[in-house]
Design a protein around this ligand. Structure first.
Ligand SMILES: Nc1ncnc2c1ncn2[C@@H]1O[C@H](COP(=O)(O)OP(=O)(O)OP(=O)(O)O)[C@@H](O)[C@H]1O
Length: 684
């Protein structure tokens, strides 16, 4: 395992390329040193009335230095993740949170928009990947999107290989990221024998590799060992330690590491209920500090804070700073101990050291210069982004064999069921109602079996998948890897062939079975069939586009699953079969116009009924297809108009998705100065 440095560029190469080849690298090829210092960082939570009720972080100060691995330790709920996200400038904004303090990078206050000129990596607890890409493809794509465009393909390849090798991922580089975590497809691909899954530790290192592509100076890792066995956890921590040795500033949060992991830390921050118990060098210095403090706070040797020889120091520290809930007395004693420890640290010389401003103006200028250069040069143009994203979207859509197989089988099965129920419809009067019923249920159902609860196949598929994909896209966009326009367009295009295939399969089985639009002419029959397929494919795309909007509007898949079908039900009710558009109350008149179901139904009815003659038994019976269309208020309209309306609806949903994604980007909590008027103490 080694450094995450982009490829070295030959000495005789263009100077421009040399400067563009790296992220936060200086001219000698090593990482630009970045010191992060935070002072008086306080985060409070307020209740609904706006009264501040609780400290999540209390007056925290500390320093993270280049070349050192800093671990934030503490019991569950002590504020580790909160502090880490504050340091990374990534604490999600909430009206109930108030954040104040100082955060300096190389001695200069962090700009209001966060880490603008210093590249950083943020390894989150949950790793999200496109499930159908191999490890190699995942990392190559990250390299294409993050490395400077000017770097040759050969160099990028070499760099990716060396990064994989250094992170110990080389032997599994053509596997799928993790079959169990088929996040996008939502379906396990374990049966796919061509691919092997990768372990949790390997997945963590893959996530790290993707984050390290641009060679960031600072690496934040939130509980990187959670969910890993001891061996994998150690390997991941070893990777982080190596990164620190190579000059990166590495900060991680960790719950309770085992002894061998603890020994890798250079510095530690100990938190208890959001308060600082210790910040300073790890290992013996920490233990010496607590041993000394114990003797000062308590005169009885039995209550000194001495770590026994064979005890894991991390466990010893965890016990020291955790509240013991076994009895009311133990709660009181442990709380008092923690309060004493917090107070003692706030008066210690270590606190003075970490809270006095660091002056490193020279190197900050260097990193600011480099950062500016890198940020502007790294991202490729619109067309390049589109090409890369189209490739990824296509791999994701086309390789999802199990999902596609299930969808194809469902299309065939439901076509056979529908075809059998509406077998060879004649031209009787009852066949008019049968036709209407079949077309409506077909449109509503899209590709699955007849009932309304399965009606939203295209919609539910999209709403089930898109919120997860959005989480990845939000992260990538936060890194500035690409723009929204090329992403959405590539997604739309990549899904066209697969999205069209299922309605076509369904249509080509159902049409002859139900004998829709019976005509003697083969050519006319084919013409009608082609139109039929075109209308339903368009309808399927419009439903997916609506699913994208719902997915972009709400925060989770669960919420999308609740909103999507409800919205679709409104459009089904106003779809033309249950409610006649002209009889709708004025306030609801717009709904049938905006209903993709209504336009598809209307288009299919026109295609089906125009030119048909029905058997007549009574004088009031419907004689022609045109008369049937009149009855549904579809007389006089043309298929072309219904398709155009569908196109407008499709564009509307895509456009709304674009706006929502642009607007709903994750917003981060502003760090206010402690002297600002908004900074108050909690009331309770
Ligand atoms: N946005 C928020 N709104 C309300 N409470 C929050 C928010 N963020 C964090 N908290 C609360 O702050 C406390 C600290 O949370 P945090 O996730 O930082 O703890 P942690 O030490 O990382 O815990 P763990 O080890 O279990 O992940 C928790 O009680 C949590 O409920």
């Amino acid at each position: 395992v080694g450094p995450a440095l982009p490829p070295a560029v030959d000495a005789d190469e263009d100077k421009e390329e040399q400067r563009d080849s790296a992220g936060d690298e200086d001219a000698s090829g090593s990482v630009v040193p970045v010191t992060i210092q935070w002072r008086s960082v306080t985060c409070t939570l307020s209740d609904k009335r706006g009264a501040r009720t609780r400290f999540l972080l209390t007056n925290l100060s500390g320093v993270a230095k280049p070349g050192r691995l800093l671990a934030i330790m503490g019991p569950s709920g002590s504020g580790k993740t909160t502090l880490l996200s504050v340091l990374a400038g990534q604490l999600l904004a909430s009206p109930r949170l108030h954040l104040s303090g100082h955060l300096d990078i190389n001695g200069l206050p962090i700009p209001s928009g966060g880490y603008k000129f210093v590249l950083f990596a943020y390894l989150r607890q949950e790793d999200l990947f496109f499930s159908q890409l191999t490890v190699r493809e995942t990392i190559s794509l990250a390299a294409e999107l993050q490395l400077p465009q000017t770097l040759s393909a050969e160099k990028k390849n070499k760099y990716v290989s060396s990064l994989l090798f250094r992170l110990g991922l080389v032997s599994i580089r053509s596997s799928i990221p993790d079959t169990v975590f088929s996040l996008i497809a939502g379906v396990s691909v374990l049966e796919e024998k061509d691919f092997r899954g990768i372990s949790g530790g390997e997945k963590k290192r893959l996530a790290l590799a993707c984050e390290l592509i641009a060679s960031p100076s600072v690496v934040f890792a939130d509980e990187p060992t959670t969910g890993l066995d001891a061996f994998q956890a150690e390997k991941v921590m070893e990777t982080l330690r190596q990164l620190a040795e190579d000059g990166h500033t590495v900060i991680c949060s960790i719950h309770q590491p085992r002894g061998s992991v603890y020994s890798k830390f250079d510095d530690i921050v100990l938190l208890s209920e959001g308060a600082l118990v210790y910040m300073g060098p790890a290992k013996d210095e920490t233990l010496a500090y607590f041993a000394k403090l114990g003797s000062l706070l308590c005169h009885l040797p039995s209550c000194w804070y001495e770590c026994p020889d064979h005890e894991n120091p991390a466990e010893f520290l965890a016990d020291l700073i955790s509240i013991d809930y076994s009895s009311s007395e133990s709660v009181h004693t442990s709380q008092k101990r923690i309060d004493d420890l917090v107070e003692a640290f706030s008066n210690s010389s270590l606190m003075v050291q970490c809270s006095s401003p660091v002056m490193l103006l020279e190197s900050s200028k260097v990193s600011a210069k480099l950062g500016k250069k890198t940020m502007s040069k790294r991202r490729g143009g619109w067309w390049r982004q589109f090409r890369l994203l189209l490739k990824r979207a296509w791999m994701q859509a086309s390789r999802d064999g199990p999902t596609n197989k299930v969808r194809a089988r469902m299309s065939i099965a439901s076509a056979i069921i529908f075809g059998s129920v509406f077998w060879r419809m004649g031209r009787t009067q009852t066949s008019i109602q049968d036709r209407m019923g079949l077309l409506q249920s077909y449109v509503v159902d899209d590709i699955k079996v007849a009932a309304i609860n399965t009606a939203m196949a295209a919609l539910t598929k999209t709403v089930g998948v898109f919120p997860k994909e959005r989480a990845i896209v939000d992260r990538e966009r936060a890194k500035g890897s690409y723009d929204l326009g090329p992403y959405l367009l590539s997604k739309l295009l990549a899904e066209v062939p697969i999205g069209a295939a299922f309605p076509l399969i369904f249509g080509s089985i159902l049409y002859p079975m139900a004998r829709l639009h019976p005509t003697l002419s083969r050519q006319l029959s084919f013409h009608m069939f082609a139109k039929f397929c075109g209308i339903v494919t368009m309808e399927s795309f419009a439903a997916s586009a609506m699913g994208l909007t719902v997915g972009a509007m709400v925060p989770s898949t669960e919420a999308a699953m609740a909103v999507g079908p409800s919205l679709m039900t409104v459009f089904i009710v106003f779809g033309g079969y249950y409610v006649n558009a002209e009889n709708t109350p004025l306030v609801f008149r717009w709904i049938p116009r905006a209903s993709l179901i209504r336009w598809a139904f209307q288009g299919l009815c026109i295609n089906e009924f125009k030119g048909l003659q029905f058997e007549q038994q009574h004088s009031y019976d419907i004689q022609t297809g045109e008369q049937a269309l009149e009855r549904f208020s579809f007389g006089g309209s043309r298929i072309r108009d219904t398709v155009a309306a569908q196109g407008r609806i499709l564009m509307f949903w895509y456009w709304t998705t674009y706006i929502l994604l642009k607007k709903n980007r994750p917003k981060y909590q502003q760090l206010l100065s402690p002297s600002s008027p908004d900074h108050q103490q909690p009331e309770t």
